[in-house]
Design a binder for this molecule. Structure first.
Ligand code: GZL
Length: 341
């Protein structure tokens, strides 16, 4: 009996010592982790990024560029949110960044309007806002520090200038040319700029008939759907202008299913934007006539801007990324480079 009792006393004693040890060590462990996270986060620059979605190959490359740049190794703590193409999700994410008191907010505005209030809130919180890819349309430009992206109007003009040269080379520059346009998200900088740039060139040519422009949301599914509608409505389309490669992929599928041909020597010329790898391979195969590059690799540009802001240096209101135009003449050389998209 005694032995049994003393045995159980020993077990209880051991268990209580072990429990005490665990409590002390455990709490220290958690404290260390907490402190460590806190210390690491404290020493790092905290960046809140609201990405508008994942609608296209271009967007994926743009996201990768940001995530590969704002890493712990580079001294950053990245909070990344995907808004799934909805402005209200971007507004929520930006407000969350403000309440978390991040050091910088970066976002790609899905459309240009509707940002004044939230940008005013960020300004009052003393958090600098950097625009990536697309722009905002605000009265007070002090609501954001800078915009890193493309000159979309220039991209649209490049497409128009290519078509001008192509028609001259074919000896048909005075003939009627029937054009349909697949536009990107209505009210986005890329849609506004590309439409305006191409329209400015088209306005110089009374024989360019823009039969219809229709939004296909930068996606291949919508691109195919809209192109099918165009093919039903217009039997004699000569040119398709598509505001991004994903819509182009869908449009080409629809055209081929209709029995018509595309590209170099085909019934319908294809003018596209973005220049993602899959599309450049179609340029090399003569399926897409011209691809106007839109460079998604904006991470390095954003990093340089934050470095300058950290050093209290003056930054410009706009930084344009470098981009090119690809046709069958120069695309093979480009595809041999180690492009990231
Ligand atoms: C362009 C970017 C556009 C791309 C599309 O800078 O805003 O959004 O052209 C993407 O692929 O969806």
């Amino acid at each position: 009996m005694f032995r049994k009792r003393s045995y159980s006393l020993i077990v209880i004693g051991l268990l209580s010592v072990m429990t005490m040890a665990l409590l002390i060590y455990g709490s220290r462990l958690f404290t260390d982790i907490e402190e460590e996270t806190h210390i690491t986060q404290e020493n790092r620059i905290v960046v809140g990024v609201s990405q508008l979605g994942s609608e296209s190959g271009w967007r994926t490359a743009n996201t990768e560029s940001v995530q590969e740049t704002f890493t712990q190794q580079n001294g950053y703590f990245l909070i990344f949110n995907n808004a799934r193409q909805k402005q209200e999700n971007q507004l929520k994410a930006i407000r969350s960044f403000i309440s978390q008191r991040v050091d910088y907010i970066i976002f790609s505005p899905v459309v240009e309007t509707g940002w004044e209030t939230v940008l005013q809130e960020a300004k009052e919180a003393g958090i600098p806002v950097i625009l990536m890819d697309r722009n905002v349309d605000v009265e007070d430009e002090s609501l954001y520090v800078t915009c890193v992206g493309s000159d979309f109007e220039k991209e649209g003009e490049k497409a128009g200038h290519w078509l001008e040269r192509e028609l001259v080379e074919r000896g048909i520059s005075s003939q009627a040319v029937n054009i349909v346009i697949l536009t990107g998200t209505e009210g986005s900088s890329s849609q506004i700029g590309r439409s305006a740039g191409f329209a400015a060139v088209a306005a110089r040519h009374a024989n360019w008939n823009i039969l219809e422009e229709k939004c296909a949301e930068f996606t291949s599914t919508k691109g195919k759907e809209v192109m099918k509608t165009f093919l039903r409505r217009y039997p004699d389309i000569d040119v398709v202008v598509s505001h991004n490669d994903d819509m182009t992929f869908g449009a080409i599928e629809a055209i081929k299913e209709s029995g018509r041909t595309v590209g170099v020597g085909g019934d319908i010329m294809i003018l596209s934007f973005d220049a993602v790898r899959g599309a450049l391979e179609m340029v090399a195969d003569g399926v897409i006539n011209v691809d106007i590059e839109c460079n998604p690799n904006q991470g390095e540009y954003l990093l340089r801007v934050i470095d300058m802001l950290e050093a209290d240096e003056q930054v410009e209101k706009k930084y344009y990324v470098e981009e090119d135009v690809f046709t069958i003449e120069n695309v093979t050389q480009e595809l041999m480079q180690d492009r990231t998209y």
